[in-house]
Design a binder for this molecule. Structure first.
Ligand SMILES: [Fe+2]
Length: 262
């Protein structure tokens, strides 16, 4: 065992040669792996007591089935933070699992497969079990209509709602800037209530303003350095953020989709 750089956390360096174990205690293992050409961070959650596992936002199903098979874990749940293709590409290889997504994702045209649906309103949470572990699934729309942020047992899986240094864009089809601001205000409050050494696990790795490029930060580190969270309570700062919308092909595609749906 090596000591984790963040106080109070320990990790086992390698479960396989290819994937990093970022949290391990008596109850839980959390693995992190970057997969795919869009550098998506995938996270596998394992209940140590029951060996049941859930994969969040699988880019590849086969990759995680192999890891689970090698470690005698039962991969029986998929949790989608949201349904953009780079977060849901692997589900087609995991149709024997329960596939969970929020029903508001249907508003952006998601048509599955998702065998199980979260239905709670925006900026509320629902309790969700994996083996003996219980997590809070927070509905945090803005980047997509049914985005979820998963909190419990030492981590916050923030998907594309909240990156480490900033937040996700709001100009894709189904995105909404005002919903994003409300979700970030809601989430900031939740982050202030949980232990400061829990890890925030985003959906993508982007460099921070200080030039570092971590794949996770503690809640404490995130709260003092995240540009979006620091701007949510101030209209001028919020309106000055330059990463909520972009002038690119994806924004153009979203404009066309909105026009078609009017
Ligand atoms: Fe996304």
């Amino acid at each position: 065992m090596d000591h984790h750089p963040l106080e109070g956390m320990w990790y086992v360096p390698l479960v396989s040669a290819m994937v990093e174990c970022i949290i391990e205690d008596d109850e839980i293992i959390v693995l992190q792996k970057q997969l795919g050409e869009w550098d998506n961070l995938n996270h596998l959650i394992v209940c140590k007591k029951t060996s049941e596992a859930a994969i969040i936002d699988p880019f590849s199903g086969k990759y995680w089935l192999d890891i689970c098979q090698k470690n005698n874990w039962k991969l029986n749940q998929v949790w989608l933070s949201h349904t953009h293709w780079d977060h849901s590409k692997g589900v087609s290889e995991l149709e024997d699992c329960e596939i969970w997504a929020h029903e508001l994702e249907f508003e952006r045209g998601w048509n599955g497969p998702s065998s199980h649906i979260w239905q709670h309103p925006p900026n509320t949470s629902a309790s969700h079990k994996l083996g003996n572990l219980t997590f809070a699934i927070h509905c945090t729309p803005g980047h997509s209509p049914g985005h979820t942020t998963i909190i419990g047992h030492g981590f916050v899986n923030s998907g594309d709602c909240l990156f480490l240094g900033r937040c996700g864009r709001t100009d894709l089809f189904g995105g909404d800037i005002d919903s994003q601001r409300r979700s970030l205000i809601y989430l900031k409050e939740k982050l202030q209530e949980i232990p400061k050494n829990w890890l925030v696990l985003p959906g993508h790795q982007y460099p921070l303003q200080d030039g570092t490029n971590p794949t996770f930060l503690s809640v404490e580190q995130l709260l003092v350095g995240n540009e979006a969270l620091m701007a949510v309570d101030d209209d001028d700062k919020w309106n000055g953020l330059n990463f909520l919308a972009f002038d690119d092909n994806m924004a153009e595609k979203a404009r066309r989709q909105r026009a078609m749906n009017q």
